[in-house]
Ligand binder design. Structure first.
Ligand code: CP
Ligand code: NVA
Length: 304
């Protein structure tokens, strides 16, 4: 058996994705009943963070603890990675000492290089190109509220960024229609859009994307690493606010999602974010915990 990594959603088949989501829902129920699972007793997760995080760090660290294992927080500030030790060398050393590694980094190739040299599963905890762990939680959340997203219409409003790229992959695996509304010049990667052409459409007017949608999602206008572009982006995205007025074009039972952290009054109105009839962002955040536990269990079981 080879090592299974999770660098993008496309590392899973549609059936495997479905299995992980179903298991995440099961693990959530077990936790609600106070039933502990200790599948990871004695196991260690290495967590390399080159960017900030609240949800990802807490969910992985708490998840490992709840399954009887432990997690090591590794910042480039305090490791030799930050002083130029090659990723390939770090991967060979770290993966001889821990049972799984998650990495949050800038360049997606860093993850690929690490995975090539790793003896243990590597998980993408966000790169500039993808955020697949967030999509596990988003799909779980939709399933819990509305059932299978297959055949539904999902609208992405905002930047063609890492989250948008993972939504494209999710559309391909789950079989939903994805309409992406972004300003000119902020479109997602052409190759990804081409790969998903049966499901994915790019438009430049939010109403065109949201009309008749069952699920509407957005994200910050300037991602981590783009702080210097903030002003330019604020101008480019000024007509891309998701609020109640925009949501009126969606289906009456449409859900709103945001991976968080959110900027109220920029990409989402405060009223919409707090409207618990439409916005499921807190469940979405909680589901990071359950979905990643199911993911780690899957990778562990399917790796030699
Ligand atoms: N959504 C998400 O990944 O949040 P953090 O940056 O807080 O981990
Ligand atoms: N697109 C955002 C997601 C944060 C969870 C970023 O990369 O900063």
């Amino acid at each position: 058996m080879a090592i299974r990594h999770f660098l993008t959603l496309m590392d899973l088949s549609a059936e495997e994705l479905k299995h992980i989501i179903e298991r995440a829902i099961e693990l959530k129920n077990l936790r609600r009943q106070g039933i502990a699972t200790d599948l990871f007793r004695g196991k260690v997760l290495g967590m390399i963070f080159e960017k900030s995080s609240t949800r990802t760090r807490v969910s992985f660290e708490a998840g490992m603890a709840q399954m009887g294992g432990s997690a090591l927080f590794l910042s480039p500030r305090d490791t030799q990675l930050g002083r130029g030790e090659p990723v390939e060398d770090s991967a060979r050393v770290i993966s001889r000492m821990v049972d799984m590694v998650m990495i949050r980094t800038f360049d997606h190739q860093t993850l690929e290089r690490f995975a090539t040299y790793s003896r243990v599963p590597v998980i993408n905890a966000l790169s500039d190109s993808y955020h697949p762990c967030q999509l596990l939680a988003d799909i779980q959340t939709y399933m819990e509220y509305r059932g299978n997203p297959e055949g539904k219409v999902v609208a992405w409003v905002g930047d063609g960024n890492n989250m948008c790229h993972s939504y494209i992959n999710a559309a391909r695996l789950c079989g939903f229609e994805l309409r992406i509304a972004c300003p000119q010049g902020y479109e997602p990667d052409d190759n990804l859009v081409a790969a998903g052409r049966e499901q994915v459409k790019v438009v430049h007017n939010p109403v065109d994307a949201v009309r008749g949608a069952d699920w509407v999602a957005t994200d910050v206008w300037a991602s981590m690493g783009q702080e210097r572009e903030q002003q330019v982006r604020t101008r480019a995205f000024e007509h891309f606010l998701v609020d109640h007025q925009l949501m009126r074009h969606a289906n009456s039972n449409a859900l709103f999602m945001h991976c968080l952290p959110a900027h109220r009054g920029e990409e989402v109105s405060a009223d919409l974010l707090e409207d618990e009839n439409i916005s499921v962002v807190w469940d979405e955040a909680e589901n990071r915990l359950h979905a990643q536990k199911a993911l780690m269990e899957f990778l562990q079981e399917h790796s030699a």
